[in-house]
Design a binder for this molecule. Sequence first.
Ligand code: AMP
Length: 432
Amino acid sequence: MSFNSLGLSQALLKAISKKGYTTPSPIQQKAIPPILEGKDVLASAQTGTGKTAGFTLPLLHILSENPKEKYRPIRALILTPTRELAAQVYANVKEYSEFLNLRSAVIFGGVNQKPQVATIRQGIDVLVATPGRLLDLESQGLLSLKRVEIFVLDEADRMLDMGFLRDIERVIKMIPPRRQNLMFSATFSKDIKKLAHGILSHPVQVEAEPENTTVDAISQKVYRVAKGLKTGLIIKLISDGNWKQVLVFTRTKHGANKLCKKMVSSNISAAAIHGNKSQGARTKALAGFKNGSIRVLVATDIAARGLDIPLLPHVINFELPNISEDYVHRIGRTGRAGAKGEALSLVSADEITYLRGIEKLIDIKLPVEIIEGFEPDPNASTVPEKRQQRGGGNNKPRNHSGSRNSNADGQKSNNSRRPKRSNDRRNSDRRR
Ligand code: AMP
C-alpha cells in the first residue's frame, strides 16, 4: 500500500515524501481511512508505530478541506500527557502542514505562558497541549475551545496513569458535544475502555500491535546480577559494546542522578531526564542525546514517555519497573519503524517478582544470561524491597484512583483537581 492510495491531499503527500516515508505503517493504513470519513477512532498503538502521523495527517487533511475563516478558531485539539510528547507531536504537525494554509501552536507548563498566548492570539487551527496549561489558559480566558471539531487524546493510558482523568473530563466539557474523537492508547485496561466509552461515539477500533505484546524487532535479554554490581555491569556492557546511544531506565529520580554521575566518572557522557529537571535541562539533554554528544540518557518512566528518538538501538532497564505495562512502554523505545533494537534488563533477586509479572504480561519467557564477575547473590532476598511495596509495588496496572502524581513529570499541578492519595503514595511519586 502507498500513501497515494489513502486519499490524502497533494500538499500532505509532498510533506510525507519530504520526511522520507514511502509506505504507511500498519496503524496509518488502518486509522487514516476511517478518520478521513469523519468517524471516531479508538486505536491501540505503541509509540514507535507511526501513530502520530496516523492521526495528524487525516486531521490536517480534514481541516484544510473545509473553508477557512479570517479569524481562526481552534478547530483541532490534541491532548498529550507530557511536555516532551506535546513538543514532538507539534513538531510533526508543523512538518506535515508545511504546504498547507494551517497554523498550529503547542502549550505546556514549566515555561512562560506569554509567547504561547501571543501565538494563540494570532489565530491557530491546531492546538497541541498538556492538560494543566490548557486548563490554566482557558480559565484565564486566554483561549476558547468552543469551536473544536476534532479532539485527539494521545497516550490515553498514560494520561490516566498520571492522574489526568478529572482534567480530561473538564476539557470535554469545554469542547462542543458534536465533534470527531480520536483516542490512542498503548494498553487497554478496563479504565481506558470506560474512558473511551464516555468520549467516543460508535468508534472504529484499530490495532497496530496485539495488546501488551512487544515488537518482534526487539531482542530482549535478562542479566541476573547482584544488586550492588549493577553499576559495574552496565558500564561494562556499554563500554565493551562501544554503544553510542543507550537509553537507561531507573525507577527513581535519585537513582537516575546517581547512575548518571557514575557514568560520567567512567568517561561515558550521560545526562539524566526526570521530573525534577527544568524544562530547559530536559530539552538540552534530549537534544544532546539525539545529536550524539550524550551517549547515555538515564530516565524515569514518566519523563521518558513520548520521547521520539528514531532508530534507538539500545534500551537498558537498570531496574525493572514494578508496573509490568511500563516494561512494554520502555522497550517500545527501541526497534522503532522497522529497525532492530535490543532491550536488556539487569535483574537482582528482589526484582524476580516483577520479572515474572512482565513475562506473564508479554507471554514470553525472557532469556537469562550471567556475566562472569557479575553473578547474582545467592543469599539475597527475593522479596521486593520495602520502598517499592510502600509505593504500591504490586504488579497490577494503576488506575486513575491510584494514579501517579502528574508532578512526577514536573507538570503544573492543581491538587484540588487530583484524586486524593495516601502519604505513602505521594512519597513514592516523589521518587520517580
Ligand atoms: P510515532 O509512533 O508517531 O512516535 O513515530 C515513530 C517514528 O516513526 C517517528 O520518528 C516518525 O517520524 C517515524 N514514522 C512515522 N510514520 C512513518 C512511515 N510511514 N515510514 C517511516 N517512518 C515513519
